[in-house]
Structure formats: structure tokens, C-alpha cells
Write a protein that binds this ligand. Sequence first.
Ligand code: GDP
Ligand code: GDP
Length: 444
Amino acid sequence: MDPVIALVGRPNVGKSTLFNQLTRTRDALVADFPGLTRDRQYGRGRVGRRPYVVIDTGGLGEPDDGVYHGMQSQPQRALDEADLVLFLTDARTGVTPGDEALVAELRRRGRPVQLVVNKIDGLDADVAGADFHSLGLGEPMMIAAAHGRGVRRLMDHVLDTLLPAEEDTLDQAELPPEEAEAEDAIRVAVVGRPNVGKSTLVNRLLGEERVLVYDMPGTTRDSIFIPFERDGQAYTLIDTAGVRRRRRVREAVEKFSVVKTLQAVEAAHVVIMVVDARENVSEQDAHLIGHVLEAGRGLVLAVNKWDGLTPDERDDVRRGLDVKLGFLDFARPHFISALHGSGVGLLLDAVREVHAAAGRDLETPRLNEILADAVEAHQPPLVRGRRIKLRYAHQGGRNPPTIVIHGNQTAALPDTYRRYLTNRFRRELNLWGTPIALEFRTGQ
Ligand code: GDP
Ligand code: GDP
């Protein structure tokens, strides 16, 4: 499981600037899906081969679109779920009473903390840092987030303490115990906002049969893996809602946790994203979908509580989805009733199809044919008087399907052209329900 790092600090110390630095890979995704806005609070990044999740607690808890209504404890939850807190301070202001109050709060929570002094650009780092020893948080790391200075060193240091270097083979560590999971099992996560019907759907999928559940090792935030079988296909359900947590059946269903959701997404092959037909699709829904795409996972969109709606209401829902999730043109919505079971069988068929698409072998000649046709139909633009050349393509990976395209000046390829190519490959190859990653290489 990727380590979770929370950014904490007073307003204006540079948390969102650092957040942007730490999650820049996300920009490529946003470019691929116009209409998908960046999640300003939860992001993913990597240093070298080591990925992490980063949370900007600064934006949390502020009144937003009402999504978190009734969940005021989100900032605290975020803190409790972090493996490490980066406590940001401002070299230009020195230590303030606000800093001291936050340090006291962090002490109470008992999370590991790394002190960071930001905005050291133009200052003498030693002098600027000396003041901050008084916080009693040990040696500060000095950065200038706005310029990216010291950020790599900071993250190397932090990830070294969180993830010993040998644990690079994270994929292995994520797998549940071998004997419990069939080799060809499709790992499915059911995600969505509170009350959309995830637990109802999970129970519907599992039926009444006694299920074997097991905790995933290697994390403090254990997810539950539940193997089951339908129509000869093995699945492993990753239960974020805690629906079938054996020892805690009597406990209230656990509170919604974005971190848990992100981790389930990461561990899944295919994600069933549930939205409520009776609620408007929110920014938060779009962000969750963004995280699924960013992680390169297959996506099945389930519009739940379809029962009891009038034809007019159903039309309204369809229109609303088009407006809010228009960028999701590669994933058809499935209208279901988790409560009554209608559409739920088809949902698993969709999971299977998406999984097959995401893991398909793509023939090199076919990829080259599609690329050549695409270029012929619509030439890439000129850059400084020279045309961008896209010469040949081959598959670079699966889950998600990754297509490597060689050419020259590819770095100058506009986003619109990337999208054009992606759509073309998708249509020609029938790759629905999965993000497609294009990688460009410039050579010779
Ligand atoms: P937040 O409220 O903690 O999220 O802080 P922001 O990231 O919004 O930054 C507050 C202000 O500090 C902005 O005007 C930033 O441009 C500025 N800032 C952030 N990092 C640096 C830095 O490394 N050096 C300097 N000089 N300014 C910075
Ligand atoms: P979760 O928080 O996403 O796990 O949501 P739950 O599964 O606990 O469901 C929240 C509420 O929605 C419960 O009262 C369910 O009975 C109800 N619900 C779930 N699925 C459906 C559905 O398909 N139709 C209707 N009408 N209600 C549903």
C-alpha cells in the first residue's frame, strides 16, 4: 500500500504549492479528460519508483460543495490515516503562536512528524532554520516549494523512513495470501460517497453465502478481501465499507474514508463506482473517478437506486450524467437497483469485459495501422516550422493498456492531439471501460 503523507500547517505557509509539486503527474490526466477538475486535497505522486498519496489538510474542513456535510471530522480522519505528517512552516515569518498550537495538536495525535521550513529562497538556510528548533520537532528540512528546491531531497528522506528500499516490489506486497485468492480472480473495488448504496450492492453481490474474509497485511488501514465466484469467474471483492468485517458486525458501518477508497482503487483491477440516481453527481464523485483513471484502473459506473423513478425522472438523471460526467465517454453507465437486484448481474458482466479490455494484448501491426490512419486523416501540427512526426507504435504494457509511440518533437504534441489519438485507438481497438495510456518517445 502506498504511504499516506499529510501536509499540515498554518494558512499561507505553502501547503498547496507543495501539494502541486508533489502531485504534478496528475496534470497529464486532467489534460486527457477535459471537464475533470483536479482534486485539490487528495493526490498521488511518485519519487523514482516509489508512489505515495498526499493529502493537503489545508483545504479540508472548509465548507465546500456540501459533500462533506455531516462529516466535519474529515481533517482529523485524514490526519489519523496518515503514515507521516509534513508540518510546514514559513521561513519568512519564523515560528508563530499558530505553529505552536498546531504542534501541540499533532503531539496529541501522535503521528510521526517531519518538520519542513518553506520559502528559504533568497535566505540563508542555516539562519532561517535555526529558529525552528524551538518547536521540538527535530531537524527541519529546508525547501522552497515554489521553486521545487529541496522537494526531491525531502521526499527521498521521508520515503526512506516509510518504505525501506527493498520494498520496491510493492505489487507483491499488495497481494493477499496466495491460497485465498484464485490466480485469475478479478479484484473489484466498490467505491462511492456515503449512502449511495455500496454496502447494499456488496451484500447483493455476495449473497447470503458464508464468505471467507481476510485482512490485507502490510498496512495499518486493513482492507478486507472477499473472494467469491459467479458464472465460473473468480472475483475478489475489496470491501471499503467494512460490510463484512467479521469481528465488527455490530459496529456501525465505518465512516467514509477517501484514503481507504484510494487504497482500494489501487489494489483493484476494476472499480465499480456507485452514484445515487436521486442525488446530483458532485465534484466529489468526479474526483473519485479521476483517482480511478489516474491509477489506470478499469471503471464500471453504476447508477444506483434506479427503482421507483418515473420515466421523466430517469431522463433527467441521464441528462445530468451527460453534463457532469461527459468526459467519461468511454464508460457506459449501468442503471441498477442494489436493493432489488435489478441490473446487478449485468454489472459483473461489465466488470469482466472491462478487465478483459484492460489486459488485452495489442498486436503491433494493428497499432501501427491505426496510428498511420490517424496521422493520415489528421496530421499533427507544425512546431517551429517542422511537422511533428509519429513514426511507429507498440504496446508498452497492460492494465491499463499502454501504447508507446515513437517519433520526433513528441513533447510538443498538443493535448487535443493526444486525445484525438486516444479516442482513435479506443474506437478501433474496442477498448471500453479502461483508461488508455499513451507514452511518447522521441528518438533518431
Ligand atoms: P497554503 O495556504 O499553505 O496552501 O499556502 P500556498 O501554497 O497558497 O502559498 C501561500 C503563498 O506563499 C503563495 O503566495 C505562494 O506563492 C507563496 N509561496 C509558496 N511557496 C513559496 C516559496 O517556496 N517561496 C516563496 N517565496 N513563496 C512561496
Ligand atoms: P453506503 O453508505 O454507500 O454503503 O450505502 P448503503 O448500502 O448503506 O445504502 C444507503 C441507503 O440507501 C440505505 O437505506 C439503503 O437501503 C438504500 N439503498 C441502497 N440501494 C438502494 C436501491 O437500489 N434503491 C433504493 N431505493 N434504496 C437503496
